[in-house]
Design a protein around this ligand. Structure first.
Ligand SMILES: [Zn+2]
Length: 212
């Protein structure tokens, strides 16, 4: 059986930590999480039985430009009231020894987090680094959309339920390793096959898809 580390970039590695400890939401675009508790990728595979299909389908998939354009057209900014001009491209920043591979969308604690696209809820997951997390599939089953550091989940979330673009799935917070002074949504996207493996895919930068 291949090591989970060998197959592709793994989504669960929420690498918010390490940047700008002590920054405040008012003065910094960085989420400034403290560098604690980066979760090992193996942890997530351990909580999810790996099916034969998932093992057979473990080759990394790279998103094509056509696929990225289609996803961009299908998405909204997943935090209520945030304009594209307020987004900051932190995808390639180093955080606690990793590359961030996500964007952090700053908003007051408790701001509704919205499903960025139509699709399906794959998993609600408790992570040391990411805290209260939601993993969803887009409608094409090509992309995993990952939402982290939630204050709490929306009521009634069930794995497998359909999601509509704009549906409230949770609320902005600081769960996991987020700086308590900097509530934000950690939002990541990966190209994979979420119906086969919701935790795995090749990371895609959300910023150019949302900043249009
Ligand atoms: Zn982050």
């Amino acid at each position: 059986m291949p090591s989970p580390r060998s197959v592709a970039t793994l989504l669960l590695a929420v690498a918010c930590g390490g940047a700008g400890a002590g920054a405040t939401a008012d003065t910094s675009q960085s989420a400034g999480d403290t560098a604690v508790g980066i979760e090992a990728p193996a942890d997530i595979a351990a909580v999810e039985p790996v099916s034969a299909a998932a093992r057979a389908d473990s080759a990394p998939i790279t998103a094509s430009q056509v696929e990225l354009d289609a996803l961009a057209s299908a998405m909204i900014i997943p935090v209520q009231g945030v304009q594209s001009s307020a987004l900051h491209d932190a995808y390639a920043e180093a955080r606690g020894g990793r590359v961030h591979e996500a964007i952090d969308i700053l908003a007051p604690r408790g701001t509704p987090v919205l499903s960025a696209a139509d699709g399906k809820l794959m998993k609600v997951h408790e992570s040391v680094a990411g805290g209260h997390m939601v993993y969803a599939a887009d409608a094409s089953d090509r992309f995993v959309l990952m939402y982290g550091h939630l204050e709490r989940y929306a009521d009634g979330l069930q794995p497998g339920m359909a999601l509509r673009q704009g549906q409230v799935i949770g609320y902005v917070g600081t769960s996991g390793n987020a700086n308590a002074n900097t509530p934000h949504l950690h939002f990541a996207i990966a190209r994979g096959r979420p119906s086969v493996a919701w935790w795995r895919g090749t990371a895609v930068n959300p910023y150019p898809l949302l900043h249009r």
